[in-house]
Design a protein around this ligand. Sequence first.
Ligand code: PEP
Length: 250
Amino acid sequence: MRKPLMAGNWKMHKNAAETVRFFEAFAPMIARAEHADVVICPPFVNLSAAAYAARSTRIEIGAQDVFWLTEGAYTGEVSAPMLAAIGCRWVIIGHSERRQYFGETDDTVSKKAAAAVEAGLKPIVCVGERLEERESNATETVLSAQFTQGIAPLTPDQFAKITIAYEPVWAIGTGKTATPEIAEAAHHFLRARIRDRFGEEAAGACRILYGGSVKPENTKTLMAQPDIDGALVGGASLDPAAFASIVNFS
Ligand code: PEP
């Protein structure tokens, strides 16, 4: 009942020409993939080129971050209405790299998600534990805190527009994918938190993506889990054939 969503996070990769070449190769490979929604998130500077290259395809474009105010003296920041105006439909918020290197907190995640929804964007809000947190059995405590402080403050209407991405930090860019069972346990836990805060219908409707070294070889077993509704893909989304094979997983 939840349509799979496959989102590629390009991080700080590809220039404008490489972006256009990617779409030329990738769009025909997923033209018949009606079973899934497909999103590509390039760096800010290439969003326009990507939106233009993706016109008349099934692919939607997302940003990798956003600021929570609409305009003003905030050097270097980009607002949600600016993103919407150039054809962006999605935005990743609270990626672990932003939390780790750029001071993102659950409070800023919550403000950014609310601002994105106000501008008509669909946020993909990332949560996930670090290796030492998993090893000290703190995974559920960490996910609970990230949910309570970053997502629970949204109104039910705002929440209805968001997608959650569970991304264990130890699996991102490391080649170490969470086993389907580990990922499913975290997704199941998050869905229960959604049910507690927003109710049964919201819990049934919210897509929860898995992210962390997703590759063509492991997509099918991850997607077979009942609470895994798609993937947020870093490295493997840079290659048209690899990401197309993830999108066409079934
Ligand atoms: C990510 O950047 O969100 C990610 C999951 O990266 P990778 O697929 O490379 O682990």
